[in-house]
Design a protein around this ligand. Structure first.
Ligand code: 26Q
Length: 831
């Protein structure tokens, strides 16, 4: 056996009882053991006893998957009966992370798995590490989709996810000489036991060609889309198990494949190379995830991905319907609801119209009524530059029939606007789905709003700002369409799984129901002052900090001392998220220590992680700055006994599972009004971190829940920012704040860029720019003050632990179960 047991005895781990679900476990021990042995031989063809950790891991995955199959079958067969309405979550991203752990937890197989591995002399954590993350998303929006799938299964809701099976997920980030280097993530290379191909459900998606008018057998004028280049969409299903409830829902991911027809034609014409080139072109569609989390406008391949998902998914749903009810769509809307995860799949509005009108022969009015009573759109951004627009020229070329339909939708919509505001031409221009100009564009958000019966934002402030700002005109027209659904995260992955020791401690006090009813965590409030409980709580945190220190040591070569406060900011690198403000504070602490005020600095480890879009210059430069500052701080002994800084490379879902249980302080410091919600903030809170944050996104709701004494609030509020912008004078702010002046001075004089003169000038300029949209200088003082409050609070361990417990105790609202119940009740009408 080549698997070595990892020794963890050195670590001061609090005692922990393995919680075996007796009912499920009976007989399962030997089933797991037998399964592993069977798969090693029959599925993996290992004939000797020299299997690697990877092979043992695969065998375990297949064994766990076997355990899901019966429930998956049962859930699937139940869906076919059309006894209940069903929901469909359409998303270009599902950031799943690893599946095995989640399946083991949700199936109650921890006990049997531990027992089987013990008998085999294997170390679970080592096998777990062998599974690649499914990185099919950029960040918040993609991870939200994954949490939502988990909650739907947990609540037993008949909801299916539809997405894209990218061959390459989010790129792998490494750091070379302080800079981000991107490498492709070929996550499927070693096979994916969590997917099952369903070739019989393959469908065809059309591209290019033209619209052709013809009269049908009944003499009615119709349109068809002809001379198209077709691409096959092949579904791969992934199981989404509910928590110990016998439900396994489906996430269906589409892979693009070339049709045999045109290959064959070119081949017969003698042009083999062209045939293969065509094949590649088709298969390119699902090759790679676009790694920008703000829209990269105008890329044709991205448009092809979007339409590919929308069309294949709707065809799939319609196929099921017509198999049962033939061409009668009278009751279709009663049984279906499509949730659009941002504008990315919003072509679904036009595509459903096309399928119903052109292919199923419905008239426009009937089809429109079905579309607008089944589509619902979620917005995830307030940044105007991130709103998707597609040029009419590109759409007309790639999807000519869809463009016709969008024009028709718009024409009818503008009649409605004109009816409401007679003569208000300016308003018609503003609200038009088509943005006129030198190069006309389709405004995807407007298509989403016009085609949906529900439009929601993802936190109270965000939804409010949408109706008062970006979508004001639409709100005036249809106030009832707009609603808020504050985000949430799944407590299975983000507490029960990632923080097993805290789970045990919570279980001990309040039982296990909180896992599915997170509001029950409020019972922990009665233990806030219980000093024995506080000690155990602090011990768990300390152990988790040791674990994170190990990761930081391994990945960054930086030593983190678990006795320091762990101050963490992990998220995509973006100007609006203001990692720069964080670095300015770190430099300020460095400056304080080196100027002899070390005893005023509470020892602190600062961890920053996240990926920058490959074309985002300033974001990438910021990574370089963080690494350079880290280098200076960590190698200066005077400083490093009080301050450490590390940039964790390749931040992803699995990394967060180690990070969030270990954080003391959660950095949520976006410019007010810019972060739609945030969801990392919720994971940290659930795991007992205190937040230092602005009045933005879901921070506000976190603050409301936990109370301001347990939250370090700072910075200008959204309306104040609007006011301040007008007369923002960063130079004045720097001059009149000696701390900031010294920080800027250190940057300017090249202290962190010794042999790289001037490289950080663009970042310096961004702070000093009177038009700095992110208002970094304006919030510096207030941020430093909040950091000082946090640092002195941390000195009182007992009070800090109480606040930590209170954060967890009041995090119940931020379960995605709550969010999904609201979607299911208010929008999908499933409950
Ligand atoms: C669009 C077009 C072309 C290429 C890429 C994109 C693209 C891809 C991903 C645009 C945006 C995204 C992702 C956005 C995102 O993650 N938004 C976050 O959503 C979270 C869940 O609601 C919120 O909590 C965050 O506040 C929000 O930033």
């Amino acid at each position: 056996m080549t698997v070595k047991a990892v020794s963890r005895e050195k670590e001061s781990k609090p005692s922990k009882e393995v919680n075996v679900d007796a009912q499920i476990a009976s007989g399962a021990d030997s089933e797991v053991l037998d399964g592993i042995r069977r798969h090693l031989l029959y599925s993996l063809g290992r004939f000797d006893d020299r299997s690697t950790a990877h092979e043992w891991g695969k065998a375990l995955e297949l064994t766990v998957r076997d355990q899901l199959m019966k429930n998956w079958q049962k859930t699937r067969l139940a869906e076919r009966s059309y006894e209940n309405k069903r929901g469909f979550y359409l998303s270009l991203e599902f950031l799943l992370g690893r599946s095995m752990n989640n399946a083991i937890l949700n199936m109650g197989l921890e006990g049997p798995t531990a027992e089987a591995l013990k008998q085999l002399g294997l170390n679970y954590e080592e096998l777990e590490e062998e599974e690649r993350d499914a990185g099919l998303g950029n960040g918040g929006l993609g991870r939200l989709a994954a949490c939502f799938m988990d909650s739907c299964a947990n609540l037993g809701l008949p909801v299916r996810g539809y997405g894209i099976r990218y061959e390459y997920g989010m790129f792998h980030q490494s750091i070379r000489e302080g800079r981000q280097v991107e490498n492709p993530d070929h996550w499927l290379m070693a096979g994916n036991p969590w997917e099952i191909e369903q070739p019989d459900r393959t469908c065809k998606v059309k591209f290019y060609g033209r619209s052709e008018h013809y009269s049908n057998d009944a003499g009615r004028m119709c349109v068809r889309w002809v001379d198209t280049h077709d691409v096959l969409a092949v579904p791969f299903d992934m199981p989404i198990p509910g928590y110990k409830n016998g439900v396994v829902n489906t996430l269906r991911l589409w892979k693009a494949s070339a049709t045999d027809e045109f290959n064959l034609k070119d081949f017969n014409d003698g042009d083999y190379a062209d045939a293969v080139a065509q094949k590649n072109l088709a298969e390119q569609i699902t090759m790679v995830l676009y790694p920008n989390d703000a829209s990269e406008n105008g890329k044709e391949l991205r448009l092809r991905q979007q339409y590919f998902l929308a069309s294949a998914s709707l065809q799939d749903v319609i196929q099921d319907w017509t198999l049962k009810f033939g061409p009668n769509f009278d009751r279709f809307a009663e049984f279906h609801c499509f949730q659009l995860n941002d504008t990315h799949p919003t072509l679904a509005v036009a595509e459903l119209m096309r399928l119903l009108v052109d292919e199923q022969g419905l008239n426009w009015e009937k089809a429109w009524s079905i579309t607008t009573s089944t589509m619902a759109y979620t917005n995830h951004t307030l940044l105007p530059e991130a709103l998707e627009r597609w040029s009419v020229r590109l759409l007309g070329e790639l999807l000519p029939r869809l463009l016709d339909i969008i024009y028709e939708i718009n024409a009818r919509f503008l009649v409605e606007v004109a009816h409401c505001w007679p003569g208000d031409v300016e308003r018609q221009r503003r609200m038009s789905i088509i943005e006129e100009g030198h190069e006309p564009h389709v405004r995807m958000a407007y298509l989403g709003i016009v085609g949906s019966f529900s439009v929601n934002g993802v936190a109270a402030l965000h939804s409010d700002l949408l109706t008062r700002g970006l979508f004001k005109d639409f709100y005036a027209l249809w106030p009832n369409k707009f609603n808020n659904k504050t985000n949430g995260v799944t407590p299975r992955r983000w507490l029960a799984h990632c923080n097993p020791d805290l789970k045990s401690l919570i279980d001990e006090k309040i039982g296990t129901e909180w896992i599915c009813e997170l509001e029950q965590l409020s019972q922990l409030k009665s233990y806030v002052s219980d000093s024995a409980f506080q000690k155990k709580w602090a011990a768990v945190k300390h152990y988790n900090k040791q674990r994170l220190s190990q990761l930081v040591q391994d990945k960054c070569g930086v030593e983190f001392d678990p006795n320091f406060i762990f101050d963490v900011q992990v998220k995509r690198i973006h100007e609006y998220k203001r990692q720069l403000l964080n670095v300015l504070h770190v430099i300020h602490l460095y400056d304080k220590i080196t100027r002899g005020e070390a005893d005023q600095v509470v020892p602190r480890c600062v961890l920053i992680g996240g990926k920058a879009a490959p074309g985002y210059f300033l974001a990438k430069l910021l990574i370089k700055l963080i690494n350079n500052v880290a280098e200076v701080i960590n190698s200066d002994e005077r400083v490093s006994e009080r301050l450490r800084l590390a940039f964790l490379p390749n931040y992803n879902v699995s990394a967060m599972e180690v990070i969030c249980p270990a954080a003391d302080l959660s950095e949520q410091i976006s410019t007010a009004g810019k972060e739609a919600s945030g969801t990392g903030n919720m994971k940290f809170m659930m795991n007992g971190a205190l937040t230092i944050g602005t009045y933005d996104g879901a921070n506000i709701e976190i603050l409301d829940a936990v109370g301001e004494e347990h939250f370090f609030l700072f910075g200008l509020k959204e309306d104040e920012i609007v006011q301040h912008r007008i007369s923002h004078k960063p130079e004045h702010i720097v001059e009149s704040d000696p701390d900031l002046a010294r920080v800027m001075g250190l940057l300017q004089c090249g202290h962190f860029s010794m042999f790289e003169e001037g490289i950080f000038q663009p970042l310096i300029d961004s702070v000093l720019n009177p038009h700095d949209p992110w208002m970094v200088a304006a919030d510096f003082r207030s941020y430093v003050d909040a950091q000082n409050r946090a640092a002195s609070a941390y000195k009182n361990k007992e009070l800090w632990t109480q606040s930590s417990i209170l954060n967890t105790a009041t995090s119940g609202k931020f379960s995605s179960d709550r969010t999904i119940r609201e979607y299911a009740q208010d929008i999908w009408k499933l409950l």
